[in-house]
Design a protein around this ligand. Structure first.
Ligand code: NAP
Length: 525
């Protein structure tokens, strides 16, 4: 496929800007030949204006018509063939097996939303019928309008141009303008091509989808500040997510920002679990910390246990295994530099002991960092919030607590996370309830005797959590409920039946399940 290095604005390629950047192969540090053009402020403006115009049309489309677009996108992504996998592998070093699975996850997301949309009950119709002294109130969900999406570097398919944020926004009926991640611009262009084809094929207005390239913060800042944008989906670092959240809040008309950011994903291991299966937990932990070279927002970065001989043996075991594991490829130079500086900041604390790794591998041909294990005390973590920063890579920090009270006090001092995990045994259940509740307060997903990496894309999944894990803990960016980030409820009071949308009409012409006066029913009123 001949790529252009251009932006995709409402179905047309555009390269008005003189500023360019290049793909870099993380395995060889070699730069590609094709220049990619940073979008200009005028191009951002054009993409958003096209999205606003598109919304005027698609706000009236049926759910099944939108479902048709989502299915078509999955088909067009598959039509890119293995060239897409090789392109992404060159730009990210993630490897073909991982990328093959991630492609399935991405197309699966579009198809799952298409299925959801084919039963209009997802519009959540709620009816309170007229009663003496109370008007008729009927509510359902509507799309918010144009959404800005920021792609992540570590999921070039599943959290990028055609990732879950894009799928859920389009499913909601909201047009999308994506700021591509500069770590994989060629992959992004291939996706933009597939998305644009699907939009044209299904007869949607061209402004339904645009993709802007950009290395540097300008494009994202212009996009978020644009008055035509009604909501923002972001996956990336705490620094980036917070900056975008603040930029959206500074607008004369602020809009919601759904940012999924960094997380240290605390794991508590009880004395009983260590006594029963220390080796098994050590193997699982090392595999989880090093999976994808540790570049997962669900990477287990903080391991809490109580001081004992068994705990020290466990830490030694994990340290040896981490030291023996080969150093994997990091996504790009910025990730490698960010990791180096995060570990440097942490190890500057005198209470931190580096057990293995802790340094960049300077003479390597590829972007990498040594597998790193550090250790500290519970008191040190409680005294310095900075020890809770994410080390985005194959790094974990053991927190040795003096006893159970020390452990509980430390869990209380944890910041918000995407996940929290507990390893314990059946005979400890009676004592562990309170600790589990404490861990629940700190995360969006609580894991029992498992590891946080690997996020099942299912209805009940919650991928979110209290700040700083996200800026909107009431929402998820994985699973079908992600759609509600880009919809909003509107209530109709005493509006005549003829003017109500179909899901709210007396006769229930769609035959869908509705909440009527507190009862779930498909019956007409
Ligand atoms: P990043 O550095 O935050 O960049 C993400 C995007 O935001 C890029 O397009 C970047 O643009 C843009 N950006 C950053 N700062 C900005 C600012 N001040 N104003 C406007 N735009 C800005 O994230 P990343 O490169 O993907 O790094 C990996 C990080 O993402 C890790 O910390 C990881 O935990 C997190 N992550 C989280 C999840 C999750 O589900 N929570 C998933 C994947 C990754 P430029 O690069 O062009 O400057």
């Amino acid at each position: 496929m001949q790529l252009t290095g251009h932006n995709y604005i409402a179905g047309e390629t555009s390269a008005e800007g003189a500023d360019t950047f290049f793909s870099v192969d993380p395995r060889s540090r070699q730069r590609g030949d094709l220049p990619f053009h940073n979008a200009t402020a005028a191009e951002v403006d054009r993409a958003v204006a096209a999205a606003v115009a598109a919304f005027d049309e698609i706000r009236n489309y049926s759910s099944s018509r939108i479902a048709g677009l989502l299915d078509e996108i999955a088909i067009q992504i598959e039509a890119l063939g293995d060239e897409l996998l090789h392109c992404a592998d060159r730009e990210t070093g993630l490897g073909l097996p991982r990328l093959t699975g991630e492609r399935e996850r991405s197309t699966g997301q579009f198809r799952a939303f298409a299925t959801l949309l084919r039963d209009a009950a997802y519009l959540r119709p709620i009816i309170n019928s007229e009663q003496p002294g109370q008007p008729s109130i009927r509510q359902m969900q509507f799309p918010v309008g144009p959404v800005a999406i920021f792609a992540a570097s570590n999921f070039p398919f599943a959290f990028a141009v055609a990732g879950g944020d894009t799928a859920s926004a389009l499913a909601a009926g909201s047009p999308v303008v994506v700021k591509a991640h500069p770590g994989h611009p060629a992959t992004s262009e291939m996706f933009a091509l597939a998305m644009s084809k699907a939009v044209a094929e299904q007869g949607f207005p061209a402004g339904t989808f645009s993709m802007l390239q950009g290395a540097g913060i300008d494009v994202g800042q212009w996009l978020v500040a644009h008055d035509g944008i009604e909501a923002v989906g972001f996956t990336g670092s705490l620094r980036g997510g917070r900056a975008i959240y603040d930029a959206a809040a500074r607008r004369p008309r602020p809009v919601p920002v759904y940012a999924e950011m960094g997380s240290v994903n605390p794991v508590v291991i009880t004395p009983g679990a260590l006594a029963a299966r220390a080796d098994e937990i050590a193997d699982g932990l090392v595999a989880s910390v090093t999976l994808g070279t540790g570049q997962f927002c669900t990477n287990p970065g903080l391991i809490l246990l109580q001081d004992s001989r068994a705990s020290q043996d466990f830490i030694t075991n994990v340290t040896e295994k981490m030291g023996e594991a080969p150093a994997g490829v990091l996504l790009n130079e910025a990730i490698a530099a960010g990791l180096e500086s995060a570990v440097e900041q942490t190890r500057a604390n005198p209470q931190i002991e580096v057990l293995t790794g802790g340094d960049a591998i300077a003479d390597s041909d590829y972007f990498c960092y040594s597998n790193t294990v550090m250790q500290t005390t519970a008191a040190a973590i409680r005294a310095d919030d900075r020890l809770q920063i994410e080390h985005f890579g194959p790094v974990t920090l053991f927190v040795v607590c003096q006893d159970e009270d020390d452990l509980r006090a430390t869990v209380d001092a944890l910041e918000g996370n995407l996940t929290s995990t507990i390893h314990a045994e059946a005979d400890e259940l009676e004592d562990i309830g309170e600790l589990l509740h404490q861990l629940r307060e700190k995360a969006g997903r609580v894991i029992w005797n498992g590891f946080p990496t690997g996020v099942a894309v299912v209805q009940a999944m919650q991928h979110g959590g209290p700040y700083p894990a996200t800026t909107a803990p009431g929402t998820t960016s994985v699973g079908l409920n992600a759609i509600y980030r880009f919809m909003r409820p509107i209530a109709f009071q005493n509006v005549p039946d003829a003017l109500l949308p179909e899901p709210l009409k007396d006769g229930n012409p769609l035959g869908i399940l509705r909440q009527v006066d507190g009862v779930s029913t498909a019956a007409a009123l």
